[in-house]
Design a binder for this molecule. Structure first.
Ligand code: OXD
Ligand code: MN
Length: 611
């Protein structure tokens, strides 16, 4: 320890803090290393939220929104250099490089620890270090994971309070000897004596570092989202995926939703999509009027992450380890996602969106642009000025419990039983609207090879496909090939396997026009999925899987949607699929050393079925 006196905050529970020796020692040693001015143990209370949000308003990090429009809500504007996750600065520091695999950045843990210890030395000078005990998952779930984040960012603390169980209840659960995942975070901007702080402190040099074997996270230099709210991508995906592999469960980048059909039967599904495929919109989908009238209901369990394990029904069960949404704002509107708009009506933190003259928020795709705004950088904005008003990755942090159709079981420690797993991507060509895998192994192959097309040739041929296995490319805490092997192995432990599907809302015609209306109409695809799971309708066998035909797919009430359009959205063309198989080469080569043989075999079987 250095000679700086480490002061505990006023009303916290000194005895409880001292009770967990390992935690207390780590906190004191870290505060000394970072030269924190004081320590504040966070209890997650409303008083603490009020104190921290007031402090953030004082320091200029937060602007309080008009309380009539958005009660208890705030706007933060980040430094323009700190607006997104930094994948090239994200490291998996396993002991052996091969265990991080070819899709992750790797560095030796010893070397990285030395480098980071140097970075963290004195990095909290002039700042308070907050101790944030948090729990991913309902506290009493068999899968719940406790972590403690030490951070010098009050912005992180208030976001964490929305995103997960946090504070005194978690500390109580930890007791005097509970296991926790140590997560150290600093914005990396020490304050010299008398130096005025900036609204968004951060450091040009960033490190988001995971030690999967010792289950630790160290994050330096960024205050934004997944780089800083360490419970989310770092713990609930990267570290959890490594824990899940060892313990026989799965940590997945998936939404979880429920569908109630008119007969009252409830079907839960999970879905994994690469970025920019409308995952949040699907998670919160509201049935179109004709469906609502018939008695269809949708519920939301989670919009981003699912932890899955073989549960007591013999099915896979899923919990959402989070309690909030950290959703992308642009494109979210009363038309595209009414549930999200309701969820963010109050108690919400907006980051990098535009401010209206009435003290409300706006972003591209929200509504008609107002005549004047303050943009996300704090400058005046008028329509046609040539700049985006909100950053493309601007966000809302909102409590999931405020979502109007939150599922009654969303906090059930035993999770919800899963009947279907859905994969997909943004594919202007090749991929039909929906098809079903023949079995689990084929489904894993579909998930492993899913991706989004970045440039599609005008001819309709496959463009450049960025493969994103199970949408886990940036989030898998170990070797991607071993991860796919873990998926295959899980089959042995699940008595009642879910059905697996691939969907594509984004197929286009030769003129670049979408072949499927999307948005709420996607419920029609979900209806087919549900009925397949319930064994109520037959599928049509094709070389790529089971598909719906015009008669078994409901288009009732979908004005003007013809059989020809349906056939075009569902079209299977042998030449496209041969190109698709060839296009998968790079992906298979990249993972060659660890790719499970079963998946290579699936590719050959697909080729054989094409012949
Ligand atoms: C997210 C992401 O922010 O997947 O959820 O990038
Ligand atoms: Mn995500």
């Amino acid at each position: 320890m250095n000679d700086k006196s480490v002061v505990e905050s006023s009303y916290s529970m000194p005895l409880v803090h001292a009770a967990h020796k390992q935690l207390a020692t780590w906190v004191m040693e870290t505060a000394a290393l970072c030269n924190a001015e004081s320590i504040q143990w966070c209890d997650g209370s409303q008083d603490e939220w009020d104190q921290l949000t007031a402090k953030l308003v004082d320091s200029g990090t937060f602007l309080q929104l008009n309380p009539t429009l958005h009660p208890n809500s705030f706007l933060a504007r980040s430094n323009p250099s700190d607006t997104a996750r930094v994948e090239d600065r994200t490291f998996i520091c396993s002991l052996r490089e091969v265990d991080a695999g070819p899709t992750n950045n790797w560095q030796s843990p010893d070397l990285m620890r030395r480098k980071l210890t140097d970075k963290f030395k004195d990095c909290m000078t002039g700042r308070t270090m907050y101790v944030v005990p948090f729990c991913m998952g309902p506290l009493d779930s068999p899968l719940a994971l406790i972590g403690v984040e030490l951070t010098d960012s009050p912005y992180v603390v208030v976001n964490m309070r929305i995103m997960c169980h946090m504070g005194a209840e978690v500390l109580a659960k930890l007791g005097s000897d509970g296991d926790f995942i140590p997560c150290l975070h600093s914005v990396g901007k020490p304050l010299a004596e008398g130096e005025q702080d900036v609204p968004w402190p951060c450091n040009e040099e960033k490190y988001i570092v995971h030690f999967p074997e010792s289950r630790e996270v160290w994050s330096f230099g960024s205050g934004y989202g997944g780089n800083a709210l360490l419970g989310k991508k770092c713990v609930a995906l990267r570290i959890a995926s490594a824990i899940a592999r060892d313990a026989g469960w799965m940590a997945e980048h998936m939404l979880i939703m429920g569908l109630e059909s008119p007969d009252g039967a409830k079907t839960y599904l999970t879905a994994a999509f690469p970025s920019a495929c409308g995952k949040t919109n699907l998670a919160m989908i509201v049935p179109p009027e004709s469906y609502a009238e018939k008695g269809w209901k949708t519920t939301l369990v989670g919009d981003d992450i699912a932890w899955l394990w073989p549960g007591k029904t013999g099915k896979l069960h899923a919990i959402n380890p989070e309690t909030g949404f950290f959703g992308v704002a642009p494109g979210t509107s009363w038309h595209s996602n009414t549930a999200a708009m309701q969820a963010m009506a109050k108690n919400t933190i907006f980051t990098n969106v535009a401010l209206t003259d009435e003290g409300g928020v706006w972003w591209e795709g929200h509504s008609e642009p107002p005549a004047h705004l303050i943009d996300w950088t704090g400058l005046d904005w008028t329509p046609g000025c040539g700049r985006l008003a909100a950053h493309a990755n601007s966000r809302f942090t909102a409590p999931a419990g405020q979502c109007p159709n939150i599922d009654p079981m969303w906090q059930d420690p035993d999770g919800v039983p899963i009947d279907a797993i859905v994969f997909g991507g943004r594919r202007p060509t090749t991929m039909p609207l929906v098809f079903q895998a023949f079995d689990w192994t084929h489904g894993v192959f579909l998930g492993a090879t899913q991706g989004s097309e970045t440039t599609a040739a005008a001819t309709g041929a496959v463009g450049t496909v960025r493969r994103d296995p199970m949408a886990m490319l940036p989030f898998c805490g170990y070797n991607m090939g071993d991860y796919l092997g873990h998926w295959l192995n899980m089959r042995k432990n699940i008595q009642r396997l879910p059905r697996m599907f691939h969907v594509n809302w984004f197929r286009k015609d030769a003129n670049g026009k979408f072949l499927w209306p999307g948005f709420r109409e996607n419920l029609r695809v979900l209806e087919w999925i549900v009925k397949r799971c319930q064994g109520k309708i037959a599928g049509h066998e094709t070389p790529i899987g089971w598909t719906p035909d015009w008669k078994s797919f409901s288009t009732e009430g979908l004005d003007g949607f013809t059989k020809e359009q349906f056939d075009a959205a569902m079209l299977f063309r042998r030449e496209d699929w041969l190109a698709e198989i060839t296009n998968q080469n790079d992906f298979f080569l990249k993972l060659y050393h660890s790719m499970p043989k079963e998946l290579m075999c699936q590719r050959e079987l697909l080729m054989a079925r094409m012949a």
